[in-house]
Design a protein around this ligand. Structure first.
Ligand code: FAD
Ligand code: DLZ
Ligand code: SF4
Length: 508
């Protein structure tokens, strides 16, 4: 009896648990390009093209290995437009009575599969280093779920960068060495780019025709679309950029959109790379003397620590996590997040890069677009939908904890022990953005004052009752309390004036 084996667009791994549990000769793999998945948010065209091109190539790879694959293209006339719809269509065609699936990454699809009127064998997703159960055991009974402690446990469990049960170099975390400001030289690393082949070109034409109205530029398209290319991208990063990854991890430069970042999140998140192989490759570079410890530890922490941790939080906290709004923020997302005009150079640059590349690195997301939204009191759900749409690596299980939790403190402090807010001084120190800005980063009040300077205090004061007792924020409140009364009133009045201009749609 034929069974159906579901492979989703972010499950493109030969080691997928559903494939491991299936029978290559008797079962039928189902892969489907569907309207529901391409439209649940207005995904960036580059992201849609990446997922569809990689799906088509993976389907062919499976066929070459002897699997039978029923593949639905987006423009198939019989396409029902949804994953459950396509499974039921294939079940009707083949009289299959059972579906094998690897648990989807997102609650929306987990729930949709559970509603299927057909037997469902759901296998856990083994493409992570910690299982959902591992995380739940770690989290149980803890008052605070801090990433750092989870990360240390993961280091012990995997042995990554460990020696005789102790962290290599004597410290768990080298973050202190990883905060160099923007370099005064042009970074000498560029991510590997892949010219579209015939199959990718075909997808680009489809995406161009169908999603031209979505925010983002489709061309040039240079992502890896199969495992071989993704492995080349990884190797290229390890050779060329990893040695300086740590030093300039938090820096931002007009002339270099990627600095020494890896640009591998899209490949990890759709299954072309496995997190453990990526960590092992970085560790090997350290042992070979090719990259220093601060770079390698910093890089491994992002994957073994943050990536695994945020997934754990997403699964632990449940489907309502994305609607949390602990700070009660409700301002609509300004038009400049969608490319509308702004005088703030940092935002303009981060958004322009996002529109062109479907990529911005972590500090651009956290300390520019995220920071502004938090300071200005933007509705976190609207912001969540923005991040989910505009980045090629955006999938809810990883995007939502980063946005709702880390960036917006909307989960009440589960992820961030204090809000990630800063005035313009931080952006000025870490980037060369302020030099070309209409606002003056040094001005603390007045019409030309950097909006981050004004809103920083506005945020702290409007949430004083919540954060006053946070030991990590005491200094900020003491600085405010020491300010002259007249200056305080001026800062708050100027911040309110800025917010009124923002609300009235004036160019800010
Ligand atoms: P690098 O800086 O080179 O880091 C290497 C790898 O570490 C990344 O590829 C990624 O897999 C992992 N990593 C680094 N930081 C994080 C993190 N905070 N959480 C999880 N993994 C991390 N990452 C996504 O993969 N998808 C998202 O949708 C996403 N949304 C984000 C939204 C906000 C508001 C913020 C602040 C961060 C978000 N991140 C997201 C985390 C991070 O910004 C990206 O993983 C990173 O920028 C991807 O670029 P890179 O591959 O060059 O990463
Ligand atoms: C992101 C995405 C897109 C754009 N299109 C598809 C698709 O057509 N078919 C598919 O199976 N998956 C797609 N995906 C990935 C899914 O949205 C992803 O599997 C879920 O969000 C679960 O993480
Ligand atoms: Fe951004 Fe302020 Fe610097 Fe302008 S001055 S780039 S708004 S931080």
């Amino acid at each position: 009896m034929t069974r159906l084996v579901l492979v989703l667009g972010d499950q493109l791994s030969e080691t997928l648990s559903a494939l491991q549990a299936a029978n290559r000769t008797t079962d039928l793999v189902v892969m489907a390009e569907v309207a529901d998945e391409t439209e649940y948010v207005q995904h960036h065209p580059k992201k849609i093209a990446l997922v569809l091109a990689a799906m088509r190539k993976f389907a062919q790879q499976l066929r070459d290995q002897g699997w039978r694959v029923a593949y639905s293209r987006l423009d198939d006339p019989d396409n029902t437009g949804s994953i459950p719809g396509e499974l039921l269509r294939r079940a009707a065609e083949t009289e299959a009575q059972e579906v094998l699936a690897t648990t989807p990454g997102e609650w929306r699809l987990i729930d949709a599969l559970r509603m299927l009127p057909i037997t469902l064998q759901l296998h856990s997703d083994t493409r992570f280093i910690a299982t959902r159960e591992d995380f739940a055991v770690w989290a149980k009974g803890r008052k605070q779920l801090r990433m750092e402690y989870f990360y240390r446990e993961m280091r012990r469990k995997t042995g990554l960068l460990m020696e005789a049960g102790k962290p290599i170099g004597g410290k768990w975390n080298y973050d202190h060495d990883n905060r160099k400001p923007a370099p005064d030289f042009q970074p000498d690393a560029e991510p590997l780019r892949f010219a579209p082949d015939k199959d990718v070109q075909e997808v680009l034409t489809l995406v161009q025709d169908r999603f031209a109205g979505h925010f983002g530029e489709l061309l040039p398209f240079a992502f890896a679309t199969n495992r071989t290319q993704a492995l080349q991208a990884l190797e290229h990063f390890i050779t060329n950029a990893l040695p300086r990854f740590g030093d300039y991890q938090d820096a931002m430069l007009r002339g270099s959109r990627t600095l020494y970042h890896a640009l591998i999140a899209p490949y990890l998140n759709i299954g072309l790379l496995h997190p453990m192989e990526v960590c092992r490759a970085a560790e090997a570079a350290f042992h070979a003397g090719h990259a220093p410890l601060n770079a390698v530890e910093g890089f491994i922490r992002q994957i073994l620590g943050w990536r695994e941790y945020v997934r754990g939080i997403y699964l632990l906290e449940g489907p309502d996590y994305v609607t949390r709004n602990a700070l009660g923020h409700s301002r609509p997302l300004p038009d400049f997040y969608w490319g509308g005009e702004t005088r703030m150079s940092c935002i303009q640059l981060a958004v322009a890069q996002t529109r062109e590349d479907a990529y911005a690195h972590h500090i651009q997301r956290l300390m520019v677009t995220g920071n502004f939204a938090l300071l200005a009191g933007i509705d976190p759900h609207a912001l969540h939908e923005w991040y989910l749409a505009v980045y090629a690596d955006a999938f809810e299980w990883v995007e939502a904890p980063n946005t709702i939790g880390m960036s917006q403190s909307a989960d009440g402090g589960i992820i961030a022990s204090k809000p990630y807010v800063s005035s313009g001084a931080y952006i000025d120190r870490m980037s060369d953005y302020c030099k070309s800005c209409a606002y003056d980063v040094k001005a603390k009040t007045g019409e030309t004052a950097c909006p981050f300077n004004l809103l920083y205090w506005h945020f702290l004061i409007r949430h004083r009752a919540r954060f006053d007792n946070n030991p990590r924020m005491g200094n900020m409140y003491r600085t405010w309390d020491r300010m002259e009364e007249q200056r305080k009133s001026q800062v708050l009045a100027d911040a309110n004036a800025f917010l009124s201009r923002l609300d009235s749609g004036e160019i800010c």
